[in-house]
Design a protein around this ligand. Sequence first.
Ligand code: ASP
Length: 321
Amino acid sequence: MKDAGRVPADLVDNGFYGQDIISVSQFDRDKLDYIYRVAHEMRVLVERFGSADLLQGKILANLFYEPSTRTSSSFMAAMLRLGGQIIPINNVQYSSVTKGESLPDTVRTLESYADIIVLRHPEVGSAATAAHYASKPVINAGDGVGEHPTQALLDQFTILEELGRVDDLKIVMVGDLRYGRTVHSLTKLLVNYGVEFAFVSPEILRMPDDVLDVVRQSGHAYTELDDVHNVIGDADVLYVTRVQKERFTDLAQYDRVRDHYIIDEELMALAKPEMCVMHPLPRVNEISYAVDDDPRAAYFRQMRNGMYIRMALLASVLGKA
Ligand code: ASP
């Protein structure tokens, strides 16, 4: 915690107050249960009242160096629904970053105006660097191919809401497991539970070793395969990802793998009647539009859950939940 041992009397000492949220490795089961409970309350709050004034007077600096639709706008919506205000910096090309300002200086500037900073940046480790220089809390909204912890939290919250549990599930992740930061974070989070993994990808897009090490060290079973037909019938969760075009240096290589997997009605006919299909979005071609009407398609509900999770995190870190 940045203000170690100093939780003001009018704020909640919830274990999150003043903390940076940089990696899923910060969360144990108790912390996860807490955030999911608060997120559930946020859902009820939004459904009943639309908004509240919990974060009135607080300002969020939303600093995005990479494109984003859902993460950026759901953080903004989360802050606004809790009565707070935002400084949105989604076009860093119009900020002093273009003049050569460093990340530490940009962060130190924004924290003079705001109470909390949300950062998306193309470099692995950038959120940790920003947190090091900032005295206000920093939330990692994606650091290159590194982590995307708030996405992993909303993904797991979605599994809970859709299937009622996280233990004893077969989680099948499909697509770009090499560059997809969401599957890195989600895998590291799910090792807190009794799940079994299947990682489905073309050879060149395999799950990185550091993530597989976490799976191995936690004693979880996993398989790696190329053909989704061989495993879809066992999936409780089918987590589909986009091939991350922006991370390829050789676009011919991207073209060879871009449409390797397309989840369509024919494939869905092989899946269990009770399971869910997830995707962090944006979708390119990986899931056919016909699947959207299948009740097992959870990706639009998953996207909405992002706002509840981010409301829970903002309120907790600011000591109001
Ligand atoms: N929106 C997610 C991310 O920022 C997934 C993606 O871009 O494919 O990582």
